[in-house]
Ligand binder design. Structure first.
Ligand code: CP
Ligand code: NVA
Length: 339
Protein backbone atom coordinates (compact mmCIF):
# COMPACT_ATOMS: atom_id res chain seq x y z
CA UNK A 1 0.00 0.00 0.00
CA UNK A 2 1.47 3.37 -0.98
CA UNK A 3 1.40 5.19 2.40
CA UNK A 4 3.30 2.33 4.05
CA UNK A 5 5.89 2.17 1.29
CA UNK A 6 6.84 5.75 0.58
CA UNK A 7 9.86 6.04 -1.64
CA UNK A 8 10.88 9.45 -0.43
CA UNK A 9 11.06 9.08 3.34
CA UNK A 10 8.94 12.03 4.45
CA UNK A 11 8.61 10.85 8.05
CA UNK A 12 9.46 13.65 10.47
CA UNK A 13 9.50 16.31 7.76
CA UNK A 14 7.67 19.63 7.88
CA UNK A 15 5.86 21.51 5.12
CA UNK A 16 6.64 25.16 5.85
CA UNK A 17 6.69 26.29 2.22
CA UNK A 18 6.00 24.55 -1.09
CA UNK A 19 9.64 23.99 -1.99
CA UNK A 20 10.26 21.98 1.18
CA UNK A 21 9.09 19.11 -1.04
CA UNK A 22 11.00 18.10 -4.15
CA UNK A 23 9.06 17.52 -7.35
CA UNK A 24 9.08 13.74 -6.80
CA UNK A 25 8.03 14.07 -3.17
CA UNK A 26 5.22 16.47 -4.11
CA UNK A 27 3.93 14.03 -6.72
CA UNK A 28 4.21 11.13 -4.31
CA UNK A 29 2.07 12.98 -1.74
CA UNK A 30 -0.53 13.37 -4.50
CA UNK A 31 -0.39 9.62 -5.14
CA UNK A 32 -0.97 9.01 -1.43
CA UNK A 33 -3.88 11.49 -1.50
CA UNK A 34 -5.47 9.72 -4.46
CA UNK A 35 -5.20 6.40 -2.64
CA UNK A 36 -6.65 7.81 0.59
CA UNK A 37 -9.49 9.28 -1.47
CA UNK A 38 -10.26 5.86 -2.92
CA UNK A 39 -10.19 4.30 0.54
CA UNK A 40 -12.54 6.92 1.94
CA UNK A 41 -14.96 6.54 -0.95
CA UNK A 42 -14.91 2.76 -0.46
CA UNK A 43 -15.57 3.27 3.28
CA UNK A 44 -12.50 1.24 4.00
CA UNK A 45 -9.86 3.40 5.60
CA UNK A 46 -7.14 1.87 7.77
CA UNK A 47 -6.34 4.20 10.67
CA UNK A 48 -2.67 4.99 10.26
CA UNK A 49 -2.61 7.84 12.77
CA UNK A 50 -4.26 5.96 15.63
CA UNK A 51 -3.40 7.45 19.02
CA UNK A 52 -1.56 10.50 17.60
CA UNK A 53 -2.32 14.06 18.71
CA UNK A 54 -2.32 17.04 16.38
CA UNK A 55 -2.40 20.74 17.30
CA UNK A 56 -4.20 23.16 14.99
CA UNK A 57 -3.11 26.76 15.50
CA UNK A 58 -5.28 29.26 13.64
CA UNK A 59 -4.47 32.95 13.99
CA UNK A 60 -6.69 33.64 10.97
CA UNK A 61 -10.12 32.30 9.96
CA UNK A 62 -10.55 29.09 8.00
CA UNK A 63 -13.29 26.81 6.74
CA UNK A 64 -11.52 24.36 4.41
CA UNK A 65 -8.08 24.07 5.96
CA UNK A 66 -9.32 23.58 9.50
CA UNK A 67 -12.02 21.13 8.40
CA UNK A 68 -9.57 19.18 6.26
CA UNK A 69 -7.09 18.81 9.13
CA UNK A 70 -9.85 17.87 11.59
CA UNK A 71 -11.70 15.40 9.37
CA UNK A 72 -8.45 14.02 7.94
CA UNK A 73 -7.08 13.41 11.43
CA UNK A 74 -10.32 11.83 12.68
CA UNK A 75 -10.57 9.59 9.61
CA UNK A 76 -7.09 8.29 10.39
CA UNK A 77 -7.67 7.84 14.13
CA UNK A 78 -5.82 10.92 15.45
CA UNK A 79 -7.07 13.50 17.94
CA UNK A 80 -6.93 17.24 17.30
CA UNK A 81 -6.72 20.26 19.60
CA UNK A 82 -7.85 23.55 18.04
CA UNK A 83 -6.08 26.68 19.25
CA UNK A 84 -7.88 29.63 17.70
CA UNK A 85 -6.95 33.31 17.72
CA UNK A 86 -6.47 34.47 21.33
CA UNK A 87 -7.12 30.94 22.68
CA UNK A 88 -3.48 30.37 23.59
CA UNK A 89 -0.61 32.48 24.91
CA UNK A 90 1.14 32.34 21.54
CA UNK A 91 2.31 35.75 20.40
CA UNK A 92 0.97 37.52 23.49
CA UNK A 93 2.53 36.11 26.65
CA UNK A 94 4.64 33.35 25.13
CA UNK A 95 7.05 33.42 22.23
CA UNK A 96 6.72 31.18 19.17
CA UNK A 97 9.98 29.50 20.15
CA UNK A 98 8.74 28.59 23.65
CA UNK A 99 5.32 27.54 22.36
CA UNK A 100 7.02 25.30 19.80
CA UNK A 101 9.03 23.54 22.49
CA UNK A 102 5.94 23.03 24.67
CA UNK A 103 3.62 21.78 21.94
CA UNK A 104 6.36 19.56 20.55
CA UNK A 105 6.41 17.68 23.88
CA UNK A 106 2.67 17.04 23.74
CA UNK A 107 1.72 16.72 20.08
CA UNK A 108 2.91 14.54 17.21
CA UNK A 109 2.28 17.24 14.58
CA UNK A 110 1.37 20.94 14.47
CA UNK A 111 -0.55 22.93 11.87
CA UNK A 112 -0.08 26.71 11.87
CA UNK A 113 -2.05 29.42 10.05
CA UNK A 114 -1.03 33.02 10.63
CA UNK A 115 0.57 36.06 9.06
CA UNK A 116 4.31 35.72 9.50
CA UNK A 117 6.23 33.06 7.60
CA UNK A 118 8.94 33.55 10.25
CA UNK A 119 6.52 32.19 12.88
CA UNK A 120 5.84 28.93 11.08
CA UNK A 121 9.57 28.60 10.34
CA UNK A 122 10.33 29.03 14.03
CA UNK A 123 7.73 26.44 15.01
CA UNK A 124 9.34 24.08 12.51
CA UNK A 125 12.81 24.75 13.89
CA UNK A 126 11.95 24.21 17.57
CA UNK A 127 8.95 21.84 17.84
CA UNK A 128 10.83 18.65 17.01
CA UNK A 129 7.71 17.27 15.27
CA UNK A 130 6.33 17.89 11.76
CA UNK A 131 4.86 21.38 11.31
CA UNK A 132 2.51 22.15 8.40
CA UNK A 133 1.91 25.66 7.07
CA UNK A 134 -1.87 26.11 6.76
CA UNK A 135 -1.34 29.57 5.16
CA UNK A 136 0.89 32.53 5.89
CA UNK A 137 1.10 35.86 4.09
CA UNK A 138 3.82 34.37 1.86
CA UNK A 139 2.83 30.78 1.08
CA UNK A 140 -0.14 28.41 1.00
CA UNK A 141 1.52 25.04 0.41
CA UNK A 142 -1.32 22.70 1.44
CA UNK A 143 -3.56 24.56 -1.04
CA UNK A 144 -1.26 23.78 -3.94
CA UNK A 145 -1.27 20.07 -3.16
CA UNK A 146 -5.05 20.11 -3.62
CA UNK A 147 -4.81 22.33 -6.69
CA UNK A 148 -2.37 20.09 -8.52
CA UNK A 149 -4.39 16.98 -7.60
CA UNK A 150 -7.43 18.72 -9.10
CA UNK A 151 -5.45 19.63 -12.20
CA UNK A 152 -4.28 16.03 -12.53
CA UNK A 153 -7.89 14.83 -12.10
CA UNK A 154 -9.18 17.10 -14.88
CA UNK A 155 -6.31 17.45 -17.35
CA UNK A 156 -6.30 15.29 -20.44
CA UNK A 157 -2.53 15.66 -20.84
CA UNK A 158 0.62 15.18 -18.75
CA UNK A 159 1.36 17.89 -16.17
CA UNK A 160 4.35 19.13 -18.17
CA UNK A 161 2.00 20.09 -21.03
CA UNK A 162 -0.58 21.82 -18.85
CA UNK A 163 -1.01 25.60 -19.15
CA UNK A 164 -1.97 27.05 -15.76
CA UNK A 165 -2.75 30.75 -15.71
CA UNK A 166 -3.31 32.65 -12.46
CA UNK A 167 -4.94 36.07 -12.81
CA UNK A 168 -5.61 38.75 -10.19
CA UNK A 169 -3.74 39.71 -7.02
CA UNK A 170 -0.47 37.94 -7.67
CA UNK A 171 1.50 39.12 -4.67
CA UNK A 172 -0.47 36.97 -2.28
CA UNK A 173 0.20 33.54 -0.76
CA UNK A 174 -1.82 31.56 -3.31
CA UNK A 175 -0.17 33.26 -6.28
CA UNK A 176 3.33 32.81 -4.86
CA UNK A 177 2.71 29.14 -4.22
CA UNK A 178 1.12 28.64 -7.65
CA UNK A 179 4.11 30.20 -9.38
CA UNK A 180 6.77 28.17 -7.59
CA UNK A 181 4.86 24.88 -7.69
CA UNK A 182 4.12 25.30 -11.40
CA UNK A 183 7.82 26.03 -11.94
CA UNK A 184 8.92 23.08 -9.83
CA UNK A 185 6.60 20.60 -11.56
CA UNK A 186 7.47 21.75 -15.08
CA UNK A 187 4.15 23.29 -16.14
CA UNK A 188 3.57 26.24 -18.45
CA UNK A 189 2.72 28.58 -15.58
CA UNK A 190 1.58 32.12 -16.25
CA UNK A 191 0.77 34.99 -13.94
CA UNK A 192 -1.29 37.91 -15.22
CA UNK A 193 -1.49 40.93 -12.92
CA UNK A 194 -0.85 44.66 -12.96
CA UNK A 195 2.83 45.37 -12.31
CA UNK A 196 2.19 46.62 -8.77
CA UNK A 197 0.52 43.31 -7.88
CA UNK A 198 3.02 40.88 -9.39
CA UNK A 199 5.12 38.44 -7.32
CA UNK A 200 8.22 40.01 -5.77
CA UNK A 201 11.75 39.56 -7.14
CA UNK A 202 12.63 36.82 -4.64
CA UNK A 203 9.65 34.65 -5.55
CA UNK A 204 10.30 35.20 -9.26
CA UNK A 205 13.97 34.29 -8.87
CA UNK A 206 12.99 31.08 -7.07
CA UNK A 207 10.54 30.22 -9.85
CA UNK A 208 13.15 30.93 -12.48
CA UNK A 209 15.67 28.72 -10.72
CA UNK A 210 13.15 25.87 -10.42
CA UNK A 211 12.12 26.18 -14.05
CA UNK A 212 15.75 25.79 -15.09
CA UNK A 213 15.71 22.33 -13.53
CA UNK A 214 12.19 21.24 -14.51
CA UNK A 215 11.82 22.71 -17.99
CA UNK A 216 8.82 24.77 -16.90
CA UNK A 217 7.82 27.82 -18.92
CA UNK A 218 7.28 30.73 -16.53
CA UNK A 219 5.59 33.98 -17.57
CA UNK A 220 4.72 36.99 -15.43
CA UNK A 221 2.95 39.72 -17.39
CA UNK A 222 0.31 42.43 -17.19
CA UNK A 223 -1.03 41.34 -20.59
CA UNK A 224 -4.01 39.27 -19.54
CA UNK A 225 -5.16 38.34 -23.06
CA UNK A 226 -1.73 36.98 -23.98
CA UNK A 227 -1.44 35.13 -20.66
CA UNK A 228 -4.74 33.27 -20.92
CA UNK A 229 -4.34 32.19 -24.57
CA UNK A 230 -4.53 28.38 -24.76
CA UNK A 231 -4.82 28.05 -20.98
CA UNK A 232 -6.09 24.73 -19.64
CA UNK A 233 -6.78 26.16 -16.18
CA UNK A 234 -7.61 29.70 -15.08
CA UNK A 235 -6.99 30.29 -11.39
CA UNK A 236 -7.91 33.30 -9.29
CA UNK A 237 -8.16 34.26 -5.63
CA UNK A 238 -9.80 37.02 -3.62
CA UNK A 239 -8.50 40.52 -4.46
CA UNK A 240 -7.81 41.49 -0.84
CA UNK A 241 -6.35 38.85 1.44
CA UNK A 242 -6.91 38.26 5.14
CA UNK A 243 -4.97 40.81 7.17
CA UNK A 244 -4.99 43.52 4.47
CA UNK A 245 -6.81 46.77 5.35
CA UNK A 246 -10.35 47.13 4.01
CA UNK A 247 -9.48 50.69 2.84
CA UNK A 248 -7.53 49.08 0.02
CA UNK A 249 -10.61 47.61 -1.65
CA UNK A 250 -11.26 50.65 -3.86
CA UNK A 251 -7.75 50.76 -5.28
CA UNK A 252 -7.63 46.97 -5.69
CA UNK A 253 -10.93 46.81 -7.57
CA UNK A 254 -9.80 49.54 -9.94
CA UNK A 255 -6.50 47.80 -10.63
CA UNK A 256 -7.90 44.30 -10.94
CA UNK A 257 -11.18 44.66 -12.85
CA UNK A 258 -9.37 43.97 -16.17
CA UNK A 259 -8.20 40.69 -14.61
CA UNK A 260 -11.66 39.51 -13.57
CA UNK A 261 -12.48 35.94 -14.57
CA UNK A 262 -15.61 36.31 -16.68
CA UNK A 263 -17.11 34.69 -19.78
CA UNK A 264 -15.05 36.93 -22.06
CA UNK A 265 -11.80 35.91 -20.36
CA UNK A 266 -12.75 32.26 -20.79
CA UNK A 267 -13.36 32.92 -24.49
CA UNK A 268 -9.90 34.49 -24.76
CA UNK A 269 -8.36 31.15 -23.80
CA UNK A 270 -9.69 29.73 -27.12
CA UNK A 271 -10.05 26.51 -25.18
CA UNK A 272 -13.62 25.22 -24.92
CA UNK A 273 -12.48 22.81 -22.21
CA UNK A 274 -10.78 25.39 -20.01
CA UNK A 275 -11.41 24.82 -16.28
CA UNK A 276 -11.78 27.40 -13.55
CA UNK A 277 -9.98 27.09 -10.19
CA UNK A 278 -10.38 29.17 -7.02
CA UNK A 279 -8.95 28.32 -3.61
CA UNK A 280 -12.12 29.75 -2.00
CA UNK A 281 -13.71 31.56 -0.28
CA UNK A 282 -14.83 33.48 -3.41
CA UNK A 283 -16.73 36.74 -3.68
CA UNK A 284 -18.78 35.69 -6.70
CA UNK A 285 -22.16 37.25 -5.91
CA UNK A 286 -24.06 39.38 -3.41
CA UNK A 287 -24.94 36.44 -1.14
CA UNK A 288 -22.34 37.44 1.43
CA UNK A 289 -22.37 40.59 3.51
CA UNK A 290 -18.99 41.70 2.19
CA UNK A 291 -19.80 40.77 -1.42
CA UNK A 292 -23.04 42.74 -1.32
CA UNK A 293 -21.38 45.75 0.30
CA UNK A 294 -18.51 45.86 -2.21
CA UNK A 295 -20.71 45.45 -5.30
CA UNK A 296 -22.91 48.31 -4.11
CA UNK A 297 -20.19 50.64 -2.82
CA UNK A 298 -17.98 50.34 -5.90
CA UNK A 299 -20.85 49.95 -8.38
CA UNK A 300 -19.46 46.83 -10.07
CA UNK A 301 -21.25 43.69 -11.28
CA UNK A 302 -18.64 41.27 -10.00
CA UNK A 303 -15.27 41.02 -8.30
CA UNK A 304 -12.59 38.38 -8.95
CA UNK A 305 -14.99 36.03 -10.75
CA UNK A 306 -18.48 36.41 -12.14
CA UNK A 307 -21.25 34.27 -10.77
CA UNK A 308 -21.75 32.95 -14.31
CA UNK A 309 -18.24 31.47 -14.46
CA UNK A 310 -18.24 30.34 -10.84
CA UNK A 311 -21.45 28.35 -11.40
CA UNK A 312 -20.54 27.16 -14.90
CA UNK A 313 -19.55 23.65 -15.96
CA UNK A 314 -15.98 24.97 -16.35
CA UNK A 315 -15.75 25.48 -12.61
CA UNK A 316 -14.11 22.70 -10.59
CA UNK A 317 -13.82 24.69 -7.37
CA UNK A 318 -15.74 22.25 -5.20
CA UNK A 319 -13.68 19.29 -6.42
CA UNK A 320 -10.67 21.43 -5.55
CA UNK A 321 -12.12 22.12 -2.09
CA UNK A 322 -12.78 18.41 -1.48
CA UNK A 323 -9.21 17.64 -2.50
CA UNK A 324 -8.02 19.78 0.43
CA UNK A 325 -9.18 16.93 2.65
CA UNK A 326 -7.43 14.13 0.77
CA UNK A 327 -4.17 16.05 0.30
CA UNK A 328 -3.98 17.39 3.85
CA UNK A 329 -4.66 13.87 5.11
CA UNK A 330 -1.90 12.63 2.80
CA UNK A 331 0.70 15.10 4.08
CA UNK A 332 -0.17 14.13 7.66
CA UNK A 333 0.10 10.41 6.88
CA UNK A 334 3.30 10.85 4.87
CA UNK A 335 5.11 12.96 7.45
CA UNK A 336 3.86 11.13 10.54
CA UNK A 337 4.07 7.54 9.35
CA UNK A 338 6.08 7.42 6.12
CA UNK A 339 9.29 5.45 6.29
N1 CP B 1 -8.64 27.82 0.65
C1 CP B 1 -8.54 27.93 1.99
O1 CP B 1 -7.45 27.92 2.59
O2 CP B 1 -9.73 28.03 2.61
P1 CP B 1 -9.97 28.37 4.15
O3 CP B 1 -9.50 29.79 4.38
O4 CP B 1 -11.43 28.19 4.36
O5 CP B 1 -9.15 27.41 4.98
N1 NVA C 1 -5.16 34.88 -0.42
C1 NVA C 1 -6.24 34.48 0.48
C2 NVA C 1 -6.34 33.01 0.55
C3 NVA C 1 -7.47 32.49 1.38
C4 NVA C 1 -7.53 31.00 1.42
C5 NVA C 1 -6.00 35.08 1.86
O1 NVA C 1 -4.86 35.03 2.33
O2 NVA C 1 -6.93 35.60 2.44
Amino acid sequence: MVPDNLKHGLRGRSLLKDVDLTKDEFLEVLDVAALLREEKRAHHEPKRLQGLNIALIFEKSSTRTRSAFEVGAHDQGAHVTYLGPSESHLGHKESVKDTARVLGRMFDGIEFRGSAQADVEQLGAFAGVPVWNGLTDEWHPTQLLADVLTIRDHASKPLKDVVLCYVGDARNNTANSTLVVGAMLGLDVRIAAPSSLQPNAEVRALASDLSGKSGARVTVTDDVAAAVADADFLYTDVWLSMGEPAEKWGERIKLLLPYQVNAQLLRLTHNPNVRFLHCLPALHNADTEIGKQLLTEYDVDALEVTDEVFESSASVVFNQAENRLHTIKAIMVATLTGT
